[in-house]
Ligand binder design. Structure first.
Ligand SMILES: Cc1cc2nc3c(=O)[nH]c(=O)nc-3n(C[C@H](O)[C@H](O)[C@H](O)COP(=O)(O)OP(=O)(O)OC[C@H]3O[C@@H](n4cnc5c(N)ncnc54)[C@H](O)[C@@H]3O)c2cc1C
Length: 412
């Protein structure tokens, strides 16, 4: 389908005023649109502007949010998606995680976290991003009262006294009372608004691909720490595993070039034989890793959300889960204000949202960052500490319980 054709089919915005404009229809922006449509009165208009269309014939990795990755969704996320009315569809291709197996290469410490110990059916769920995209984008398109403008890119944002002017690459402009910036942080819109981003490089790259092991994964997720960096093998619904393998950038460059057999041999050497022999590897993609945090999450008429607000190391599987909790809180705050006829872009209102999210963001970002620093280092002292830590976690239920609740998105 051509660009203009798709825009015309999916958008019926022909006015130049929209109450709430969401920039980015990725995992976070699309989820927020569904949440807001549930909480805001019908009279308040919502538009989602997304630069890249989902397409069946697109090569894997083409859409930046719904690409070839898989995402581990926490139990907390499942509950939010259920409340949004989309979990029953996502669930059709979601693999439950019944056990998490945490180990440290070359050391004895191992801990296992089991769903049954925590009296939940699953500790989390693994879903292909492409499947999540199909469900979320369809839900946005099907909901009455959400305009889906795609493929349309936002070129510029200009604050005005009572809102924001949103300039599109179609040459058109929209006036919005409230803009939610969920563009993943890569389009540079935060920068043009003068919002500073704190960034610390991990000096690591994640290689992401699918692996077919000789043994079925039995719904177990493996987190393995090595002297090069952490790796996760997550169970997929088709019996394969989704690999997120982090390592120093230069090593990633080399491993991306290896022929299939050599790549599998190196992976096998790092991971071991818990899943038997690795038989096949899918297409490999790489993601440079850093911790990014926006210094401001709200201004009058503006909210910065999702990866644009905070982008985490993927190994603890917390980034999207955290953003979805932000999304739910924002939909609740705006919904309550909308029902009372209050302006949605007011600074005090938006600051109340940020205040309510501070503790969870601080705790989750801290947890994710500490796991990476403790487990991505080959110093003997740290190796001893994490070995003791894993053994301790294996022995002490309260510690393991805390770790499990954090992984499930329930520690708040
Ligand atoms: C390798 C890897 C594995 C991960 N695994 C997990 C996991 O297991 N669990 C977990 O919770 N998190 C995980 N994450 C984190 C998760 O992927 C992110 O939190 C999530 O993608 C953030 O979504 P987002 O919508 O904020 O941003 P994005 O996914 O980047 O989406 C932004 C969207 O905005 C659109 N856009 C950009 N600029 C414009 C513009 N100017 N105009 C219009 N549209 C625009 C883009 O096309 C895109 O669709 C992982 C991340 C990586 C890198």
């Amino acid at each position: 389908m051509g660009r203009t054709e798709q825009y015309m089919q999916t958008s019926h915005v022909d006015r130049n005023h929209v109450d709430v404009v969401i920039i980015g229809g990725g995992m976070v922006g699309a989820s927020l649109a569904i949440g807001l449509r549930n909480t805001l009165p019908e009279s308040i208009s919502i538009a989602v502007i997304e630069a890249v269309a989902l397409s069946d014939d697109a090569p894997a990795g083409w859409q930046p949010s719904y690409d070839a990755r898989s995402t581990a969704l926490s139990e907390g996320t499942r509950r939010i998606f259920e409340a949004l009315g989309v979990w029953q569809h996502i669930d059709q291709n979601a693999e439950p995680i019944t056990d998490i197996h945490v180990s440290d290469r070359g050391h004895t410490g191992i801990t296992r976290i089991k769903a049954e110990e925590h009296r939940v059916p699953a500790l989390g769920y693994v879903v292909d991003n492409s499947w999540l995209g199909q469900i979320l984008v369809s839900a946005v398109q099907e909901r009455d009262g959400i305009d889906w403008l795609c493929p349309v890119s936002v070129k510029e944002l200009t604050p005005e006294e009572s809102g924001m002017i949103v300039a599109l690459d179609t040459g058109k402009s929209l006036k919005a009372e409230l803009v939610i910036l969920a563009d993943g942080g890569r389009s540079g819109l935060t920068r043009t608004l003068g919002i500073d981003i704190d960034e610390s490089q991990y000096g690591q790259t994640a290689i992401v691909t699918n692996i077919t092991p000789a043994r079925h994964h039995q719904s177990v997720a493996y987190e393995r720490f090595t002297d090069e960096g952490p790796m996760a093998l997550l169970p997929r619904h088709n019996g394969d595993c989704a690999l997120v393998w982090t390592m120093p950038e230069a090593l990633a460059e080399e491993r991306l070039q290896l022929v299939e057999d050599d790549f599998l041999a190196e992976l096998q050497d790092r991971f071991g034989y818990r899943l038997g022999r690795f038989c096949k590897v899918g297409e490999r993609f790489s993601y440079p890793l850093s911790l990014k945090q926006s210094r401001e999450q709200v201004r009058t008429g503006l909210v910065v959300l999702g990866n644009a607000a905070h982008s985490l190391h993927p190994v603890a599987g917390q980034g999207f889960n955290l953003s979805l909790r932000d999304t739910q809180a924002l939909a609740d705050v705006l919904g309550a204000a909308g029902q009372q006829g209050q302006p949605l872009g007011g600074l005090d209102l938006l600051l109340s949202y940020v205040k309510g999210r501070q503790q969870d963001q601080h705790q989750t970002i801290g947890f994710s960052d500490k796991v990476v620093s403790l487990f991505s280092n080959d110093s003997l002292v740290l190796a001893g500490a994490r070995n003791a830590g894993l053994l301790g976690m294996g022995l002490l239920f309260p510690v393991r319980d805390w770790f499990a609740r954090q992984a499930m998105g329930l520690n708040r």
